[in-house]
Design a protein around this ligand. Structure first.
Ligand SMILES: [Zn+2]
Length: 142
């Protein structure tokens, strides 16, 4: 991301916790900017580019992933809203972290990969949205 790239964004600046802002992907940031716009609420960046601390093939190492959360919306609702964004192909939810957050990335796949991390720290990739919704304490619409 160049200075000019950052100027294309409405809601984000290089001063946030990107790790290394110059290593972030413009494509990811444009997608995040659109999502942020639609949500109408501040998105807090926990982490963007990283050189360690994630899974071996993590898109954080390419600057193509971000971890963070919208300030007020319930984290499960944020997850469901993220599913509506075509650009995000990897979407993870960490609802049991001290401060719950989402992982969003733009991996080059057509079908989205989604996951959640449970209380014990295990990752789940095969689950129904209903299961996740109930986990969040929501009442599934009948
Ligand atoms: Zn992540």
């Amino acid at each position: 991301m160049t200075k000019t790239d950052w100027e294309k964004l409405k809601h984000f600046s290089p001063k946030e916790a990107w790790g290394n802002p110059s290593k972030m992907s413009l494509e990811l940031l444009l997608a995040l900017d659109d999502f942020r716009d639609r949500m109408g609420e501040r998105f807090i960046v926990n982490c963007g580019y990283a050189t360690s601390g994630h899974s071996p093939d993590s898109f954080h190492y390419k600057g193509e992933a971000v971890d963070g959360l919208f300030e007020f919306t319930n984290i499960f609702e944020q997850f469901f809203e993220a599913l509506r964004e075509d650009s995000f192909k990897g979407i993870g939810i960490y609802p049991f972290s001290k401060r719950p957050f989402l992982h969003l990335d733009i991996r080059p796949t057509r079908v989205k990969l989604i996951w959640y991390r449970d209380r014990g720290g295990s990752y789940h990739y095969n689950f129904s949205l209903k299961q996740l919704y109930l986990l969040g304490g929501g009442a599934w619409p009948s």
